[in-house]
Design a protein around this ligand. Structure first.
Ligand SMILES: [Ca+2]
Length: 189
């Protein structure tokens, strides 16, 4: 798989509850097939979420699946997840604005996850990469973290940007949602 290599931009993140919002002005997408969301590169046909729970698993959704345009009702649980990780780790992915709020015409993609284990050595919301598959077959990785919400002693703030570093062997660790707040990562292409 060809993964676009990107240069990391520095993000200063603290170990407790973290909320980072950076202003970005992505270019308007070119007209393309199945490019129903302005969050995606032109001609995107599918999204690949490479989640890590012991091993990397590629969870793939068509770019126009209704799931990407809907947010689950709280609390995020182990029912009807977009995909699951380890134990009670339930993921919900949707198009959003820069604050991580559902927006079907938003320019970003938000991944939320529940992970109730606060004493697990490594926290939850573990994404190695988020990749857009184009109609040409080319794979394009998300390149920037717009916002991250992590919590707990098992959060690793320095890892948050590893979800967009173009490397399938590195991943984000956002911690625990035991405080009732879903872990959340908002990314852009
Ligand atoms: Ca990575």
């Amino acid at each position: 798989m060809k993964i676009a290599r990107v240069r990391l931009s520095f993000l200063s993140l603290t170990p407790a509850l973290v909320a980072v919002a950076c202003a970005h002005a992505p270019a308007a997408p070119a007209p393309g097939i199945a490019n129903l969301s302005p969050a995606l590169p032109a001609n995107t046909v599918a999204l690949h979420f490479h989640e890590v729970s012991g091993q990397v698993t590629d969870h793939t959704w068509p770019a126009d699946t209704p799931r990407l345009f809907e947010k689950m009702q709280p609390p995020l649980g182990s029912y009807d997840c977009d995909f699951v990780g380890e134990g009670d780790e339930c993921y919900d992915v949707f198009f959003s604005d820069e604050k991580g709020a559902l927006d079907p015409r938003g320019r970003y993609l938000t991944i939320e996850a529940s992970f109730l284990e606060s004493d697990a050595k490594e926290g939850g919301l573990n994404l190695a990469e988020i990749v857009a598959e184009l109609s040409t077959g080319e794979m394009v990785s998300a390149t920037k973290v717009i916002r991250a919400v992590g919590s707990g002693a098992n959060a690793q703030p320095a890892s948050f940007v590893l979800a967009v570093d173009g490397n399938l062997e590195t991943w984000s660790v956002l911690g625990t949602s035991a405080n009732g707040i879903p872990l959340s990562l908002t990314v852009g292409f």
